[in-house]
Design a protein around this ligand. Structure first.
Ligand SMILES: [Zn+2]
Ligand SMILES: [Zn+2]
Length: 342
């Protein structure tokens, strides 16, 4: 048996004793999470803003230590590894194209710690042990010298911020970057940090929250309040824009702030049935607009390189470290990024 943190209903988590996972295939690995990060979405599930029915195993961003490995798992016991949150096989047509957010070997949107998105219970990061199938493809070694706590969110929120700027800046080296921060709290901050790390010519981070603005500033971005409620209108055009705010008016602002032939990525999950977008302006300017789930596994090598070189200071986003025992309460802490250790 082992301990597993289970989401029961909004505001209620329980540590439960459940059967420990065992190797079921040659490519399986059993890992022990040693550093876990709360995903931005986790907070909204925990407090009931995003309505996911319990019970299910919780937590999906972690660095872990290999405890047991099948003969074809490609890892060895004792090794520290980074775990992508989405399940992917590395073998299907989608995985081969790098589309690891939609691996066809699993139900659509299968992930650790998020059973309601796919219907598949795969275990969660707040557990003594986690079974990782296709470990030869899934798991990446933690780079030498990189603190497991700094890399804990690499498989999800850090990757999500990184992909909003890495691809576009490769097309537009030294480009000007705008991040509209907000509800996807840590993702927007990681996007700003990654843009600085990847050599953007300028990084402006807009957010009405002064605490997040201070963190963006320490990541090397210029910051201002967003101020849409105070009547702010777009006054400048950017090569690369990331919208992590989550409000429809912020997405419209982001569209209007994206320059000719620019790149806009919306990483906030817009939950309203319909979200108005000023498409005429987008058409005439020639926007490339992407809104999607990150490709957790295929984005990870670039993310780890960016973290390991020390240019992306992910630790500046973290507002609190806590123990697993504190998790049932701490998961409802409204700050931008909380990390946990067993
Ligand atoms: Zn997540
Ligand atoms: Zn696949």
């Amino acid at each position: 048996m082992m301990r597993q943190l289970t989401f029961v209903k909004p505001g209620q988590f329980e540590w439960q004793d459940v059967p420990a996972p065992r190797l079921m295939a040659d490519t399986d690995a059993i890992v022990r999470p040693i550093a876990v990060a709360r995903c931005d979405l986790d907070f909204y599930i925990a407090v009931g803003v995003v309505k996911y029915p319990g019970p299910f195993a919780f937590g999906h961003e972690c660095v872990a230590e290999v405890v047991e490995a099948g003969p074809a798992a490609g890892v060895v016991p004792g090794q520290k590894v980074v775990v992508p949150f989405q399940l992917s096989c590395g073998r299907c047509d989608n995985c081969r194209k790098g589309w690891t957010n939609s691996c066809t070997a699993y139900p659509f949107a299968a992930a650790f710690g998020l059973k309601p998105t796919s219907g598949l219970e795969s275990g969660g990061a707040f557990s003594d042990l986690l079974r990782v199938p296709f470990a030869d493809h899934m798991l990446l070694p933690l780079p030498e010298g990189l603190d497991p706590l700094i890399a804990a969110g690499a498989g999800d929120n850090i990757a999500d911020g990184y992909r909003g700027v890495a691809g576009p800046l490769a097309e537009r080296p030294g480009g000007r970057v705008l991040v509209v921060g907000g509800l996807a709290q840590s993702v927007g901050l990681y996007a700003a940090g990654a843009a600085v790390a990847l050599g953007a010519g300028e990084v402006l981070y807009l957010d009405d929250d002064s605490g997040r603005r201070a963190r963006a500033e320490s990541l090397g971005a210029r910051v201002e309040p967003l101020g849409l409620d105070a009547g702010r209108t777009p006054s400048d055009q950017y090569d690369v824009v990331v919208e992590a705010n989550g409000m429809p008016q912020a997405l419209a602002f982001a569209v209007q702030s994206t320059g000719a032939n620019g790149y806009l990525t919306s990483v906030a999950i817009h939950l309203a049935p319909e979200t108005p977008i000023p498409l005429t302006r987008a058409y005439y300017k020639g926007l490339t607009f992407n809104t999607s789930r990150v490709h957790s596994r295929s984005t990870l090598p670039g993310v780890l390189e960016c973290l390991a070189c020390g240019k992306l200071k992910a630790e500046a986003v973290t507002h609190r470290c806590a123990s697993f025992a504190e998790a049932p309460d701490a998961l409802m802490d409204p700050g931008p990024k909380i990390l946990f250790q067993p």
